[in-house]
Design a binder for this molecule. Structure first.
Ligand SMILES: [Zn+2]
Ligand SMILES: [Zn+2]
Length: 175
């Protein structure tokens, strides 16, 4: 397998994982998988939350794929590597930047990171399983789009912008 093919498989996996993660977050984690994900929409009590088990499952799949690939089933090792890279980006953006689960106090003031940050806070603006918006982790719609979606979902009840504050000081903290 050429270097170019491997790189293409790797990059396609990273991009594909965002689509898959969006789908899984919307339909599995906020669906029949809510039992694990619920902990992420509640204040965290310790270092970990039950929702972290999803990351463990994904890491397990990536390890199996890398093992199969290196045993000869090419290019599965590059699919596994793409999944691992996605997991690291998820950890940086979601756990680090938004939820501050490690000592990072950076609040993005502009550009893509700000949009990503605000979009995920808006995912947490609705409490509970139903009526949430913004299920992606690396791709984020604009705040205006998400506000409109929230208004449509909640019949105007969540329309006031101050209820959906994306101000850093009112971040979801441990949630
Ligand atoms: Zn969620
Ligand atoms: Zn979150």
């Amino acid at each position: 397998m050429s270097l170019l093919t491997n790189a293409a498989v790797f990059l396609a996996t990273v991009a594909g994982m965002e689509v898959f993660a969006w789908w899984a977050h919307k339909y599995v984690m906020h669906g029949w998988g809510w039992g694990w994900h619920k902990s992420h929409h509640e204040p965290r009590t310790g270092l970990f939350e039950k929702n972290d088990l999803y990351a463990v499952v994904f890491a397990g799949v990536a390890i199996i794929l890398i093992a199969l690939g290196t045993a000869g089933w090419h290019p599965l090792e590059w699919v596994g590597a793409g999944m691992t890279a996605y997991g690291m980006l998820y950890f940086l953006a979601h756990d680090g930047l938004v939820h501050r689960r490690w000592p990072l106090r950076y609040v993005p003031r502009q550009g893509y990171l700000k949009r990503l940050y605000q979009a995920h806070l808006m995912h947490h603006a609705v409490h509970g399983r139903e009526g949430c918006v913004s299920f992606g982790f690396l791709y984020a719609p604009s705040v205006a789009t998400l506000r409109r979606q929230l208004r449509e979902l909640h019949d105007g009840r969540l329309a006031r912008s101050d209820e959906l504050s994306t101000d850093a000081g009112k971040g979801p903290g441990a949630a």
